[in-house]
Design a protein around this ligand. Structure first.
Ligand code: ZN
Ligand code: ZN
Ligand code: ZN
Length: 348
């Protein structure tokens, strides 16, 4: 923790990562204080003490509790006798950041990600196993959804089925469920709604959940009934881009190189303007976390990094195609954690 006296971590994936405590974000202050030197302390509201002590954090760190009558920020101040530089959670509420600032006006604050994101970006084998388990559930949910007819159903109904399939195949919870049919597929983060899917639609399914704390995220694009030759062609371009980007993922390659390769395929096919987002994002305890696979990120990929590769083509008012897999960088290349077929599937 070069240049930092203490990390101050509120309920967030960082807290789960550091001490295994999955706590709710509340107006009452919960913070883990990790010193550059010395043993960490977890400061919690009195009524949360039992929950904290019963979590893995109970074995790992000393827990101190503050009462509702007290000023939690003064208690925190007492834990930080010489705090000149604090790294605070990226996800800490403004309410708490401002409270800390008022109690420790001399402290310089920066984002905890400056310290933690490099650590969190490289997954160990246990973490990759969890991500693979989450990915398997997403793959199976996709298999199940393709066995159901889509024509005649609302997007929101298909989305509900996706959530159930995730739950039934080993995910602890579903996190998101995008079903973009026909023209709605041209909006990458479309909220599934009342549109009834009809024969001839292209449907983008982008969904994921959490298993054992780790996230899944997969996209497949299907055709309801026989696709047009244009749909086949666009799908093939995205698939080729996704494959080329996967082949480019290896240790030492700059993250932006993976984006460049995917974009190159789509540009060469004449659809460059229709690929309107970065190629991917890291994934772990969070759905989106470093490393970002985007132009400008020259940081080299390292073994253990896990991220999505998800190029897309969006034709406004008509349809969209996107294909996404989670991959893990190995010693000499990368492996896909998702195994669901990437061919253009025709469903009823
Ligand atoms: Zn997204
Ligand atoms: Zn996704
Ligand atoms: Zn994604």
């Amino acid at each position: 923790m070069a240049g930092i006296d203490a990390l101050v971590v509120s309920p967030s994936p960082d807290l789960v990562y550091l001490v295994g405590y999955s706590a709710p974000q509340l107006e009452r202050l919960t913070t883990l204080v990790v010193y550059a030197e010395g043993d960490p302390v977890l400061l919690v509201p009195t009524l949360e003490r039992a929950r904290a002590a019963g979590s893995p954090a109970g074995e790992l760190v000393e827990i101190e509790a503050w009462r509702d009558e007290e000023d939690a920020f003064q208690r925190l101040r007492a834990l930080l006798p010489r705090a000149v530089a604090l790294a605070v959670s990226d996800r800490m509420w403004a309410l708490h950041v401002l409270g800390i600032q008022a109690a420790l006006p001399e402290a310089k604050m920066l984002a905890a990600s400056t310290v933690l994101s490099k650590l969190r970006a490289s997954k160990d084998q246990g973490e990759i196993d969890e991500l693979r388990r989450a990915a398997r559930s997403a793959d199976q949910a996709f298999d199940r959804i393709t066995e159901e007819a889509m024509a005649g159903r609302r997007e929101a109904d298909v989305a509900r089925s996706l959530r159930e399939h995730l739950a039934d195949t080993g995910s602890d919870e579903a996190l998101f469920w995008i079903v973009g049919s026909g023209p709605n597929g041209a909006s990458p983060h479309h909220e599934p709604g009342r549109r009834v899917i009809v024969d001839g639609d292209v449907v983008v399914l982008d969904f994921g959940g959490r298993a054992g704390g780790y996230c899944s995220d997969i996209i497949r694009t299907v055709s309801v009934g026989e696709p047009s030759s244009e749909v086949r062609e666009v799908h093939q371009i995205v698939r080729t881009a996704q494959e080329a980007a996967f082949q480019a993922a290896r240790p030492g390659a700059p993250a932006e190189q993976v984006d460049r390769v995917a974009r190159g395929v789509i540009e060469k096919a004449g659809y460059g303007d229709a690929f309107i987002h970065r190629t991917g994002h890291g994934i772990g305890l969070e759905e989106h976390e470093p490393p970002y696979i985007v132009r400008g990120n020259a940081a080299p990929l390292e073994p253990g990094m896990t991220f999505s590769i998800e190029p897309g083509i969006y034709l406004a008012g008509r349809f969209g195609v996107r294909i996404e897999d989670i991959v893990a960088v190995t010693e000499d290349g990368a492996v896909r954690l998702n195994k669901a077929p990437r061919d253009l599937l025709v469903v009823d």
